[in-house]
Write a protein that binds this ligand. Structure first.
Ligand code: ASP
Ligand code: MG
Length: 426
């Protein structure tokens, strides 16, 4: 008998049939003797639709109102799932972020979890109920509704798993697990059976979208084992957990790519003390994320500063940087969204020098020009033109010996897309 938290993403609850099938899955789990908490995302593309709805009313919706609006998506799916479970003859109760006491800070749109009072969940579980929780939402100290950032339901699930000391946190998604690269780009990508928190974090930082980065951090900090698996089959997926020696010892475990960032360059900044502090202080004050940073060698007392940051915030970043350019008396601001970050990740990089060099050689032989480089002890990332991203991922996947024998079939992955097609009127 175990305590299981199972999270179902938007596609897994996209329509009534899918919701019924999730209900089936958790009911059989319960009948097999487990205590089950299900965390749900909003149905299908509901959150996108709500974002679009807001922007049809306002160009700059109030972040507090935006969170209140977005939180409604998960409220719909949680109550429908509770009804579906009841139809199957089990007792269920759905609970919102407020009802489970999921307290966050007040950063609307990307709030961080401060604490969780899991008593209500524990009581319901011991009364033999299946508990269904709205993902992605919480409340701040003032009692206002907050959301955890897009994809945040994963984080809700892990936080609950930590809070109730669950045996495992299962994240159900539309792919079979974590792959060595995006199988839509690299047909010979392989499913990874188990991966350490550290590597998974770097994969997520590199753009692998299967798990929310914050959710992996949370899992690592609280020692929650994540099982990332498909909601379309019973096959085992990928276990994300503490590193252990049985994990595969490939030097490189995966290749990730990310098209979600833009590159900003401030040209000819006077090279004086405090310039970088000013640029990145302004970004931090505006709650804008920064990923890679390069400051060029100074020439005639001037230098260039280049950094990448999320395209989603490109307008606000441009605004803030235009102000900084004026304040610093820099020459100009250059912006391009046509960039990709490609990363190789692997715990084996710690002890094998020459991995980065092999990466650069592979890209050079492919005629791909690198504009920025950054490294951690288990990841090397480069920024390249967006149009070369897929080619780069394929070349690196082959160069590091990751190509599997099996060719990934598009049909494997699109079970969900097929279902979506069959149910156009969601
Ligand atoms: N519904 C939210 C989103 O689409 C949260 C989630 O799916 O995890 O981002
Ligand atoms: Mg999601």
């Amino acid at each position: 008998m175990s305590v299981v938290v199972a999270k179902f993403g938007g596609t897994s609850v996209a329509n009534p049939e899918r919701i019924r099938s999730v209900a089936q899955r958790i009911v059989s789990r319960k009948r097999a003797g487990d205590s089950v908490v299900a965390v749900v995302s909003a149905m299908g593309k509901t959150t996108d639709d709500l974002v679009a709805l807001a922007s049809s009313i306002s160009d700059a919706p109030d972040p507090r109102e935006m969170d209140t609006l977005l939180s409604t998506g998960e409220m719909v799916s949680m109550s429908l799932l509770a009804m579906a479970v009841a139809e199957l003859g089990e007792e269920a109760i759905s609970l919102s972020g407020r009802q489970i006491g999921l307290i966050t800070d007040s950063v609307h749109g990307k709030a961080s979890i401060r604490e969780i009072h899991a008593d209500r969940i524990r009581v319901a579980l011991s009364a033999g109920r299946i508990v269904i929780v709205a993902g992605f939402q919480g409340i701040d100290a003032a009692g206002d509704i907050t959301t955890l950032g897009r994809g945040g339901s994963d984080t809700t699930a892990v936080a609950i798993a930590a809070g109730i000391k669950a045996d495992v946190c299962e994240i159900y998604t539309d792919v079979a697990g974590v792959y060595t690269a995006d199988p839509r780009i690299v047909p010979r990508a392989c499913k990874i059976d188990q991966i350490s928190y550290e590597e998974m974090l770097e994969m997520a930082a590199g753009g692998a979208g299967v798990l929310h980065k914050r959710c992996i951090e949370f899992a690592r900090n609280f020692g929650v084992t994540i099982h990332c698996r498909s909601s379309f089959s019973d096959e085992a997926g990928t276990l994300v957990k503490e590193y252990d020696p049985t994990m595969e010892k490939a030097i490189v475990s995966g290749v990730a790519h990310d098209l979600s960032e833009a590159k900003f360059t401030i040209r000819d900044v006077p090279d004086t003390t405090g310039v970088a502090a000013k640029v990145f202080g302004a970004m931090a004050d505006a709650n804008l994320g920064v990923d890679m940073i390069i400051q060029n060698l100074s020439e005639n007392g001037h230098t260039d500063i280049t950094f990448t940051s999320p395209k989603a915030d490109i307008e606000r970043t441009t605004e803030v940087m235009n102000r900084i350019v004026r304040e610093l008396g820099a020459r100009e601001l250059l912006i391009t969204g046509e960039v990709a970050k490609v990363s190789i990740i692997g715990a084996g990089m710690k002890v094998n020098s020459g991995v980065a060099a092999q990466m650069f050689t592979t890209l050079a032989e492919g005629g791909i020009n690198i504009s920025m480089i950054s490294t951690s002890d288990i990841r090397t990332s480069v920024v390249i033109p967006a149009e070369s991203a897929e080619e780069a991922v394929r070349l690196l996947h082959t160069a590091f010996g990751l190509d599997g024998a099996k060719v990934f079939e598009e049909t494997q992955l699109s079970a969900e897309e097929l279902a979506a097609k069959a149910n156009k009127g969601r």
